[in-house]
Design a protein around this ligand. Structure first.
Ligand code: AHG
Ligand code: MN
Ligand code: MN
Length: 331
């Protein structure tokens, strides 16, 4: 082995700017610990009887799978008592989450999608976890709805964990995007992908083409262009887990899209804890995230579970999507 072995903890302590030391570093470490627990449960789900549905629905009316509930619980319990957070928001909970009264409140807010790509859980296909971290608005009066309803521009850090053939932790605290791979034998995340950037030349596009007939004409024309000889003539790869599709496109170049549809005008992806953090990561890797009109980072959510159309990945492909949409709208 030629390169040095750098654990996520050491990297955080040595490579991050001053502001990321202390609370933010230990917060990352706690999220990494939660990720190890979710990864372990995910790998053994069929053996532990944690596949299938819980029998409940979340606020978006989606049936919760057992692993959705498990992952939500782990993320919450790993972070409620540490004194680093003053509020949390989870895809699986209707209201924002208060830090229990018996614990001290910190200066950060964590928003998260505990298990992304739920439809893939029972089929042994890659899933993920997404998180974003804001600083509280007011140090004296910490923890309220207004601390949670923030635009992606205000994120101080974001990341995802991908549970694939290996488990990876990918994050940015504003100084590049860095990836760590879990060595399950020793239980540590080790630096494997320092300073990830979208490659110049894209290779893939990731849209659910089964919805083509329900897209606006601008999106249809853009999707035709992506496949055409006049355009980049990309191959299509769609997993159906935003984390997995984004991760592949970050490594090989490409775009993930979840446009609005006739019966779902804002698409399916949630702004606060899915689109925002992923757009933050995209920008710090030289890419871009848009709702088709403007940067996803510039939209302040009016409610916690607000949905938004998403086009995210290699910068040039995303700006071309905006152009196609603009042109068709102006007709
Ligand atoms: P979640 O499992 O957290 O609800 O998110 C699933 C999202 C996203 O990850 C994925 O790209 C998309 O839903 C897949 O939806 P379709 O099956 O409609 O393509
Ligand atoms: Mn999701
Ligand atoms: Mn989810």
């Amino acid at each position: 082995m030629s390169s040095p072995m750098i654990t996520i903890e050491r990297f955080l302590l040595s490579q991050q700017p001053e502001y990321a030391k202390g609370d933010l570093t230990t917060l990352f470490y706690d999220i990494a610990l939660a990720a190890k627990m979710i990864a372990t449960q995910t790998r053994r789900a069929a053996l532990l009887d944690t596949l299938g549905y819980e029998g409940t629905t979340n606020v978006q009316g989606e049936r919760q799978r057992k692993l959705d509930v498990y992952a939500d619980d782990v993320m919450f319990k790993m972070n409620d008592h540490t004194g680093r957070l003053c509020a949390m928001v989870s895809e699986e909970r209707e209201d924002w989450i208060q830090i229990p009264d018996n614990y001290s409140k910190g200066h950060y807010v964590m928003v998260y999608d505990p298990l992304d790509g739920s439809s893939n859980i029972d089929t042994n296909v890659t899933i993920g976890t997404i998180f974003g971290i804001f600083r509280t608005l007011d140090d004296k009066n910490r923890g309220g709805l207004e601390d949670c309803l923030r635009s992606g521009r205000e994120l101080v850090a974001a990341g995802y964990i991908i549970y694939g053939t290996s488990t990876m932790f990918v994050y940015s605290a504003g100084q590049g995007v860095h990836g760590f791979t879990l060595d399950p034998e020793i239980g540590e995340f080790l630096l494997t992908h320092e300073n990830m950037r979208f490659p110049e030349k894209p290779a893939y596009y990731s849209f659910n083409n089964g919805s083509y007939r329900n897209w606006d004409p601008g999106v249809q024309k853009y999707s035709d262009w992506l496949q055409s000889n006049e355009g980049p003539r990309l191959s299509q790869r769609y997993i159906g887990s935003l984390v997995a599709d984004f991760h592949r496109n970050l490594l090989y170049g490409g775009i993930y899209g979840y446009p609005g549809e006739v019966s779902l005008p804002n698409g399916k992806i949630r702004l606060l804890y899915e689109a925002g953090p992923m757009a933050f990561l995209a920008e710090h890797a030289g890419g871009y995230g848009s709702n088709g009109v403007e940067s996803l980072l510039d939209i302040k959510p009016a409610n916690l579970h607000q949905r938004t159309p998403v086009f995210i990945g290699s910068r040039e492909l995303v700006t071309r999507a905006e152009e196609f949409i603009r042109k068709e709208k102006s007709k």
